[in-house]
Design a protein around this ligand. Sequence first.
Ligand SMILES: *[C@@H]1O[C@H](CO)[C@@H](O)[C@H](O)[C@H]1NC(C)=O
Ligand SMILES: *[C@@H]1O[C@H](CO)[C@@H](O)[C@H](O)[C@H]1NC(C)=O
Ligand SMILES: *[C@@H]1O[C@H](CO)[C@@H](O)[C@H](O)[C@H]1NC(C)=O
Ligand SMILES: *[C@@H]1O[C@H](CO)[C@@H](O)[C@H](O)[C@H]1NC(C)=O
Ligand SMILES: *[C@@H]1O[C@H](CO)[C@@H](O)[C@H](O)[C@H]1NC(C)=O
Length: 950
Amino acid sequence: MMGGRTLVFLLLVCNYLLVAVAQTATEDLTTLRSLMDTWQNTPPNWVGSDPCNDWDGIKCTNSHVISISLASTGLAGQLSGDIGSLSELETLDLSNNKGLTGSLPQTIGNLKNLSTLMLVACSLNGPIPEEIGNLRELLFLSLNANKFVGQIPASIGNLSKLRWLDVSDNQLGGPIPVSSGSKLGLDMLYNAKHFHCGNNKLSGPIPPKLFSSKMSLIHVLFESNQLSGSIPSTLGLVQSLELVRLDSNGLSGPVPSNISNLVNVQQMYLSSNKLSGSLPNLAAMNFLSYMDISNNSFNLWDFPSWLSTMQSLTTLKMESTQLQGQISSSFFNLPNLQTVVLKRNELNGTLDIGSSYSSQLRLIDLQSNKIEDLDSNGGVPKVKIILKGNPICEENGMASENYCSNSQPSDILYKTPFNNCEPGACSVEQLPSPNCQCSYPFTGTLFFRAPSFSDLESNTHYTTLEESLVHFFQFHHLPVDSVSLSHPIKDSSQYLVLSLQVFPSSQDRFNRTGTSSIDFMLNNQIFTPPQGFGPFYFRADTYGHFGSVKISKSSNIGIIIGATVGGSILLVLLLLAGVYACFQKKRAERAIDHNNPFRRWSSESGVPQLKGAKQFSFEEIKKCTTNFSKANEIGTGGYGKVYKGTLPNGQLIAIKRALKESMQGAFEFKTEIELLSRVHHKNLASLVGFCFDKGEQMLVYEYVPNGSLKDTLSGRSGFKLDWIRRLKIALGTARGLAYLHEHANPPIIHRDVKSNNILLDERLNAKVADFGLSKSMVDTEKDHITTQVKGTMGYLDPEYYMSQQLTEKSDVYSFGVVLLELITARKPIERGKYIVKEIKSAVNKKKDLCGLYEFLDPTMDLGSTLIGLEQYVSLAMKCVEESGSDRPPMSNVVKEIENLLLLAGANPNAESASTSASYEDISKGSSRHPYSNDSLDAGAVLPNPKIEPM
Ligand SMILES: *[C@@H]1O[C@H](CO)[C@@H](O)[C@H](O)[C@H]1NC(C)=O
Ligand SMILES: *[C@@H]1O[C@H](CO)[C@@H](O)[C@H](O)[C@H]1NC(C)=O
Ligand SMILES: *[C@@H]1O[C@H](CO)[C@@H](O)[C@H](O)[C@H]1NC(C)=O
Ligand SMILES: *[C@@H]1O[C@H](CO)[C@@H](O)[C@H](O)[C@H]1NC(C)=O
Ligand SMILES: *[C@@H]1O[C@H](CO)[C@@H](O)[C@H](O)[C@H]1NC(C)=O
């Protein structure tokens, strides 16, 4: 924003001229102002003459600037050499400002008092200046995730106090500098605990001199470079080491036996090198939990027997290492074992996992070996075994065995669950926090460079991390309400990558102090993650919600003069801004049009298979909902609002308008409407069309006139439902769901079955709605982007909630809750009581249904015999079984309800309304409801009402 800056500049000049600079040393103020000349998006309160009192991100002592902390504030531009004039500066943190470009000026070396220099994930380029070696006070140096080139300056060896060195994820080349004669080198950094140098282009051998017993290193990371030569045996001298990553280099020769001296090492990665010879006995490394030595040229004879003594081992990866012979079954007894990957070796004989294998074991991948048999004592629950490409899978009839299949492990669909609350719809770009408050979270990605665990499916890792983050932020008085983690994956560097959303407390957004403090606390490692996560860094997304520019208190004269001079300029600027905004909007529209996969539907390829669904323009929808008026709002869901509308031909429609954050990519949206337009079933609300226009995604459904089952049960619709009618509604719903699960192609999981989403047509037939923007089952395998736990509290399958693994059985659970709701007319959670639990315990206690009567909906004509009620309740109980595998599939549920209707003397296939003369009355708007007196199915009500003993 040039305009804003010019104005600010004018104000500054005025202040500078008219107000005596009392507090701050004049040089520091001048320096800050000249830094501002090459920066954009400095905090709007960087005006006035007293940076020490007013300015965001500035701290002073004795009127001298000692700290500039502007991480994640959207700062852009170049870091000018003037920075070197802030002689007292101790902390400089400009991390996560992607707009920060250019090189690191040599004058940085003038900051003799600098102890913390953090420039994580900016866009800096050029070499790291040698002058950095003058920063004798430096303790913490993070230059990672930039575009630095050239060599690691040998002068860094001068920084004798340095404890943290992170230059990872740059394009640094050349050798690792070590001292010789007057030349400095990294080997002199006796106080350093961290060498993080991965993902660069470092070359040449790892100098033996780099390591000595004087060092106090705990983390040595040189992964993904171009290092050659052998691993120096001197590595074994650094007894403090806890983590070694030398993987993905060109290292050759044997693994030195001295490495087994490293008894504190927990994670060791030597994979993807050219290491040869045998593997030394590492049994002394008692704490070794993660070992990856895959893809090397070892000469291994047998599966090393000492491996079976590594009590801490969680993960063993020895893919393609020429392993021969048989794996000892005692290996699987190691108590912490989670993952064993021994693909592409020569292992033979019988795979015997034994009966007392680790309870944490999840994966044994032995693809492409020579294993002939599997001895699993009748199954190994929870463990995925892969034996594809072994002789055992080449025998006739074996290909169908699970362990011979080609299935890829599916992505982990973790997302911090909602904290016992139901999120409402948030406005555009806001998101619901785990506490269901809408706000603008500060988001980004945590990269854990070497966790000690490999079982990413265990949610306890994430919940522990969430708790410790929230506790940490609140302990440090940061305005944080909650955090949400999602989408854990291992990336190509074997880093554990987790999306992080930090939600503000008290306000709906963070200010610059908020984001920069959070960023600093994370990247400065003030936050220590729970045991096992290892070293990490945080890459923030650009935060665009700081709000409007505010000019804070400054001298009156300054404001007056500034306003007079600035006023006319401001007018011009506003005009320019207006023109610019229009231009941007046009451009955005063009961009959207360009991305629109429907753009050329009328022409050649990509014509979607739309069965009767119509494309609506935004204007059309706007018109038929009278500009999305409040009066036409008929519902709100996790995806957005639902509006009622009338088409020009008079047809009533229901429009589901996706919120920004629930939108999908254009291609996915196209796939979805193609899918939905093919779904036709009388118990499903059918798709009339869609709108993909002006950056909006909307689905247009038929309007179902009699409202939702929920409204009816709560008495709001004024219909009374008798027992048979309720059975029929249950049946219709079950049939609709069975169709989605078993007949739609690909199958669809609804994910939000609840009484609000079961609509009643003019004949009171159930129509399941809101399955649009739901998840087709094919997606769950590949797609980890859009999935998060969706659903509604009270209906949500607890197993899905815990495991994040979505199956059609989650719908069965929710349907079970609806069955209970149908006979009790109670909300699933009412006054703190959970209907499922209440009825379960009532059924268990009394062993019959007498205890149930207090729960039944009194409007259900309890005087009559509710034939089949017992079977109905027991069916509902089966649907809400704890474990999905114990719940019946939807097609069985359909059959059972059909039988119940027959038992009760009604025809499950009868079109109910057609048998009723009075049906016409409702559709004509008669106030007399046909179901208020008796049932349409004459046989349903017994002449002599009595409650049968059950
Ligand atoms: C740096 O810090 C030291 C002690 O903390 C102080 O005496 C000195 O004046 C500071 N400034 C410079 C430029 O060294
Ligand atoms: C090492 O530090 C000293 C003292 O600050 C300085 O004089 C010298 O130039 C530095 N050496 C290098 C190579 O930066
Ligand atoms: C490492 O072990 C080898 C052989 O055991 C020995 O010759 C060498 O001196 C050791 N090196 C160090 C640095 O301890
Ligand atoms: C497994 O391979 C080893 C070494 O190649 C061999 O000595 C042994 O006989 C083989 N065992 C079986 C059961 O084939
Ligand atoms: C930024 O937010 C914090 C906490 O919400 C608040 O205490 C502080 O005053 C705010 N700073 C500014 C400059 O508004």
